[in-house]
Design a protein around this ligand. Structure first.
Ligand code: 9WN
Length: 438
């Protein structure tokens, strides 16, 4: 696809996936509004209709819970029944602070919205509509961070835990295998369910049934405690201080601090959180042996020691020391030298690497977007250029898919990406990178 046609293609997808107030990630596979997708997608809309970018975020926050939790799915269209688990299965009415409407899931996702607001303000610094929207939504975004600090950090370390792989955004990453193996499934108590995803996307590109049983188990655990963190923290076999989740939060804290200062808003609380989180991330999540950041398994009491993509988001959040940043850059550079599009989502030398299966190897656009900006911030301009051009090349060759094959030799034989097609955040992130010009 020619470069000019990429811009048209991105616009077409964003329009196609717009549903009167919000955007679905892709029409068939994911027919609702997803939390972190919405953030990236609003950046895409802003190039054509700033109004859509604003409405996108407004609709997302219309699903925020009283305790500040911002759900990972908002089921605006309740009659849509081609996704599992739907709103009935989540049954979030068990929590008195969950809104009656719109219905939602009972877990969250990476808190991108602070940095998305800052990105929009950088693009349209004097737009009155945007400025008044940002001022209006600022307290709600801060409230979503306050929820994490109050409920997901019981030891007050400054690092949030997740209790479900879906919260990490990297659902079936091999990172979670060991924690999921702790879960023994009792077929007589696990509710019957039917997956839709494998009817829409090829099953060898999606998580396995073994993993889905455990996703359902953890959902049921959340519901049993009315999605209240105290009980979940006590019981969940899956309890992880994730790299991506915390790096994104730290980046968004900083963006909110910057925004707050510009508009004369109180940022004291944010600054306190930020100081603690940034230093705890840098110390606790750095794995000396691997020379990378790694999630901390709260139940297992140690790092989940693999090279994978989540820790690279720390560059975007300005977390690594110069030496740590150099190591992360070396890692990317070596993958580039070995014939991979960067960045594969998981360690290509691990037996757990699977170049086709979702978060076990493929390249993802929104990750490239964050890593690109992070590398630029640290002055690794050459690597940033490659991260940008690799994604653009994949999209040109294979169209706007959910994720991509990372091996260059294999891509040469392919005509399409993996997972869902006509994908919103791929359109938005590619468009933004095209406009950025490295
Ligand atoms: C579950 C929507 C979402 C992304 C996630 C991605 C995938 C959902 C699924 O799709 O997860 O949340 O059903 O597989 O892993 O990051 O937000 O695009």
């Amino acid at each position: 696809m020619e470069l000019e046609r990429l811009v048209d293609g991105a616009e077409r997808i964003l329009t196609l996936n717009w549903r009167d107030g919000f955007t679905v990630p892709t029409g068939k596979l994911y027919p609702f509004q997803w939390n972190w997708d919405s953030g990236f997608t609003s950046i895409g809309h802003s190039y054509f209709q700033l109004d859509y970018a604003i409405r996108e975020l407004q609709s997302l926050f219309s699903g925020q819970w009283e305790n500040g939790m911002l759900p990972h799915i908002i089921f605006h269209n309740e009659n849509e029944d081609t996704y599992f688990p739907n709103h009935d299965f989540w049954g979030t009415h068990v929590n008195p602070g969950a809104p009656q409407r719109p219905k939602s899931s009972g877990i969250t996702q990476p808190a991108v919205h602070g940095f998305i607001l800052e990105n929009l303000l950088e693009k349209f610094p004097d737009n009155e509509d945007l400025i008044s929207f940002v001022k209006h939504i600022f307290p709600d975004v801060v409230k979503s961070h306050r929820f994490l600090y109050a409920h997901r950090d019981p030891q007050r370390e400054g690092l949030m835990f997740i209790f479900h792989p879906w919260e990490s955004g990297r659902d079936n990453s091999p990172l979670w295998d060991e924690s999921l193996e702790r879960i023994e499934i009792d077929a007589s108590t696990l509710p019957h369910y039917q997956r839709w995803d494998t009817r829409i996307a090829p099953s060898d590109e999606r998580p396995t049934s073994y993993q889905y049983d455990r996703y359902v188990y953890l959902l049921q655990l959340g519901k049993k405690y009315r999605y209240d963190e105290a009980g979940i923290f006590e019981e969940s076999p899956f309890l992880i201080q994730d790299t991506l989740m915390n790096a994104v939060l730290i980046k968004s804290n900083q963006s909110l601090i910057n925004i707050g200062k510009r508009f004369g808003l109180d940022v004291g609380e944010l600054e306190e959180w930020q100081q603690q989180s940034r230093s705890c991330f840098k110390e606790k999540l750095w794995n000396h042996e691997l020379q990378t950041f790694a999630p901390f398994d709260v139940r297992g009491g140690g790092h989940i020691a693999f090279k994978e993509i989540g820790g690279l988001a720390s560059l975007y959040a300005d977390i690594p020391s110069p030496v740590q940043a150099q190591r992360l850059n070396d890692y990317l550079w070596s993958l580039h030298g070995r014939g991979f599009y960067i960045c594969p989502s998981f360690d290509v030398d691990s037996p757990l690497f699977d170049s086709k299966r979702y978060w076990r190897g493929p390249v993802w656009s929104q990750m490239n977007w964050m890593i690109y900006h992070g590398l630029k911030k640290y002055g690794f301009v050459e690597t940033a250029k490659i991260v940008r051009s690799d994604l653009i090349e994949l999209v040109r060759k294979l169209c706007f898919y959910e994720y991509y094959e990372p091996q260059k030799s294999k891509v040469a034989t392919l005509t399409a990406g993996y997972g869902g097609s006509d994908f919103s955040w791929t359109a938005a992130c590619t468009l933004d990178l095209l406009k950025d010009g490295a």
